[in-house]
Design a binder for this molecule. Structure first.
Ligand code: SAH
Length: 260
């Protein structure tokens, strides 16, 4: 690449060709060339080295209690600024939700990290097959691809389904399957899931989600708790039945039925 021939890592032209694995990003020696490769194409506004901004975001999240190394590694590997409009790139590593078009938002990094950490809590290492309801711009799907063996991600708005496909194309994540459809019906073809994670909140969790969850699996989703207020629900499917735990209040876009 112009300017840094001696530092050029072995990546294809037009990086990002693919994301590193979690093991890759945990190895500092492997992280350095990858970061320099990213810096050459970092958009104006994030600066020359977006990995530094990302590291500082993760350090803040860790201070706030994000302890899971798998989630930290995924947040390191996935460049959030590539999933937001160019006008918002400056805010990509702030802990804030941002508009992604069609009235929808990419969730705050702290909330995404918290939900994925909860999803992974019952297992060590990688989680198995996961269903994500609400692909949006594809950011969370990319994170999930780092910590799960297989990701089925469904979106009801065609415009966003296509946007996510564009955003993820260059990452060549072979374990991510983007689906266009009504996630309120789940996706029975991929069931049973080790995990189900929803990025949109309804009055209740659709019964089919719980049916499509494997025994031993966990669901993490926002649900309406009191009035219009949403809370984070963790539902574990045990051999004895479902165990539901309501956690902190959250604010997600509504879960809607049908496609558009
Ligand atoms: N995880 C996303 C967040 C997107 S916001 C990201 O990283 O960008 C939540 C998304 O859920 C919206 O795009 C919305 O269209 C979608 N959604 C709402 N109801 C849905 C449903 N029934 N099926 C699929 N997607 C749904």
């Amino acid at each position: 690449m112009p300017g840094h021939p001696q530092r050029a890592p072995k990546v294809r032209p037009g990086f990002p060709a693919r994301l590193g694995t979690v093991a890759d990003v945990l190895t500092p020696h492997q992280q350095a060339p990858s970061a320099s490769a990213q810096s050459r194409v970092a958009p104006v506004g994030v600066g020359l080295d977006s990995s530094a901004v990302r590291r500082s975001m993760i350090a803040k999240l860790a201070q706030q209690g994000l302890a899971d190394a798998r989630v930290q590694a995924a947040l390191t590997a996935v460049e959030r600024h590539r999933f937001v409009d160019s006008a918002l790139v400056n805010q990509a590593y702030e802990d804030t939700s941002l508009p992604i078009g069609l009235g929808q938002t990419i969730s705050k990094p702290s909330v995404v990290a918290r939900m994925i950490a909860l999803l992974l809590e019952p297992v060590s290492g990688k989680l198995g097959r996961v269903l994500e309801v609400g692909t949006g711009c594809g950011y969370q799907a990319a994170l999930l691809s780092q910590v799960c063996t297989e990701v089925y991600s469904i979106e009801r708005l065609r415009g966003l389904h296509e946007k996510a496909r564009d955003n993820l194309r260059h990452l060549r994540l072979a374990n991510v399957h983007l689906l266009f459809g009504d996630g309120m019906l789940g996706y029975p073809k991929g069931a049973p899931y080790a995990g189900i994670i929803a990025a949109a909140g309804g009055d209740q969790v659709p019964a089919c989600w719980l049916e499509q969850l494997a025994v031993g699996g966990r669901l993490v989703a926002p649900v309406v708790s009191v009035g219009t207020q949403q809370a984070l629900l963790v539902a574990d499917k045990t051999p004895q039945g479902m165990v539901h735990t309501l956690l902190e209040l959250v604010h997600f876009v509504p879960l809607k039925s049908g496609v558009a």
